[in-house]
Ligand binder design. Structure first.
Ligand code: SAH
Ligand code: SF4
Ligand code: F3S
Length: 424
């Protein structure tokens, strides 16, 4: 899944804050502060700004957070300077993503700690919050609370608590989200929307932090998903993207209040989405090569509203590396899958690749390069391996030097640029 550059909720930079004088009396107490010290008795923070990092899942989560806050009387503003509450919805997938966030938060050093409505409140939300938990407060004294992705419904309470006390707030841990959070009615764009169909991931690719921060996979009930889509369509949405870390393994939960015996697979869900009146087109991401089947491709070809585009991350062309990555397919199986896709759907294809995974030799790298030359993806997102603590791959030595990772990264980028041009 590519990281998203579109940030309407959060596109503004922190301009002009440097050089401002810190107001005295607003400095936060440390985590050990036991005193209940009201920070503002009756001044309610009224405005908020969300800066979003990371993938489409986070873009959608920021909308859900915004919708929930708007329903509680907060106002969204266009720049961080106007905000009483600043939320950073963050990504942990690579160290670089984290570094960007820490440096962004660092920019608030010189910002006055008070706003017209009371003290400035800063919340670290999303994957970094879950990854660092209490450790985040040690990294930045400016953070008032941390809130993991599965607990975003708690944000209004965390803000309220932060208003009343200098103690740090925390809402982390794995849980299925309450369904109401998906119905808070805020859209960044008028005609397109992301729809979360699964939360979390069960694949545990050895390099990946996502299962650790988003938890094990949970599918939303298909009736809830369809209701959300219909509501959005009634408000003018024409195109949707169904989101999940591995959408192919979607399975509607059985035995719920909605329909006690239901069991709906991903392909069945696609058929249902195709029938939503007024919806013009839909797509989905991300598919896992081990689960993307001929049946799926047939459904894509048959369903008239399904956009003919597939994102299928290969990660590496070397079977040895794929095994170490715990990807559960070989390069040959991936190529067979793509042949089927081309035969049946014959449409656009993109992928993700990691270079410099531990022990990746020149031969392994050349296998990836060869695969890229053969397949000629319309688009490829190429990443340098980044060690993530607590993952399985973190037990392996990060033995490909940064210089070599950069070299391999550039070779593949140049190759992909050429491929993309040929495709156009
Ligand atoms: N579930 C999706 C998205 C995962 S994150 C999927 O499986 O495709 C998006 C991409 O980030 C991954 O596909 C992978 O290429 C890359 N990525 C994940 N962890 C990484 C790490 N530790 N270092 C470098 N790239 C990583
Ligand atoms: Fe991470 Fe693998 Fe799950 Fe994608 S499928 S989120 S790469 S563990
Ligand atoms: Fe997405 Fe980054 Fe979290 S890729 S799921 S925001 S770690």
């Amino acid at each position: 899944m590519k990281t998203n550059k579109k940030k309407k909720l959060s596109g503004c930079k922190d301009k002009g804050s440097s050089g401002r004088k810190k107001l005295s009396g607003c400095k936060r107490a440390g985590k050990t502060s036991a005193n209940f010290s009201p920070r503002s008795a009756d001044m309610t923070p009224k405005t908020f700004f969300i800066k979003t990092f990371g993938c489409q899942m986070n873009v959608r989560d920021s909308e859900l957070i915004a919708g929930n806050l708007l329903s509680k009387g907060y106002k969204i503003v266009d720049s961080p300077e106007e905000a009483d509450v600043l939320l950073f919805n963050t990504c942990s997938v690579r160290q670089h993503a984290e570094d960007k966030t820490w440096s962004e938060i660092g920019r608030y050093k010189s910002r006055p700690r008070s706003t017209v409505h009371g003290p400035l409140i800063i919340g670290l939300v999303g994957c970094m919050a879950e990854y660092h938990k209490y450790g985040a407060f040690k990294k930045s004294e400016y953070i008032d609370f941390v809130c993991g992705p599965n607990n975003i419904a708690a944000i209004p309470f965390l803000i309220e608590a932060a208003k009343k006390t200098d103690n740090k707030g925390m809402a982390v841990g794995q849980r299925q989200r309450d369904e109401f959070i998906y119905n808070t009615n805020f859209q960044n764009t008028a005609d397109k929307s992301f729809i979360v169909i699964t939360e979390g991931c069960n694949n545990f690719c050895s390099y990946c932090v996502v299962p650790l921060v988003r938890g094990i996979e949970r599918s939303r009930h298909h009736e809830d998903i369809l209701k959300e889509i219909k509501d959005l369509v009634s408000k003018g949405i024409k195109e949707i993207t169904l989101l999940g870390q591995n959408v192919n393994s979607y399975i509607s939960p059985q035995s719920t209040v909605h329909s006690p015996q239901s069991k709906v697979t991903f392909i069945e869900l696609l058929k249902m989405v195709n029938e939503v009146e007024g919806l013009e087109s839909f797509t989905f991401m991300t598919s896992h090569p081990k689960d993307a089947s001929t049946e799926l491709f047939k459904a894509m070809a048959r369903l008239d509203k399904c956009a003919k585009y597939l994102h299928l991350p290969i990660q590496s062309g070397s079977d040895r590396i794929l095994k170490l990555m715990n990807r559960k397919y070989t390069a040959k199986e991936f190529l067979n899958n793509i042949d089927e896709y081309k035969k049946i759907v014959n449409a656009k294809l993109s992928t993700d690749i990691i270079v410099g995974f531990p022990t990746e030799s020149k031969k392994d790298f050349l296998a990836t390069k060869k695969l890229l030359e053969m397949v000629k993806f319309d688009n490829a997102y190429i990443f340098k391996y980044s060690v993530r603590a607590h993952t399985q791959a973190a037990t392996l030595k990060d033995d490909v030097s940064l210089k070599e990772k950069q070299r391999r990264h550039k070779i593949l980028l140049d190759l992909q640029r050429k491929n993309s041009k040929i495709k156009k």
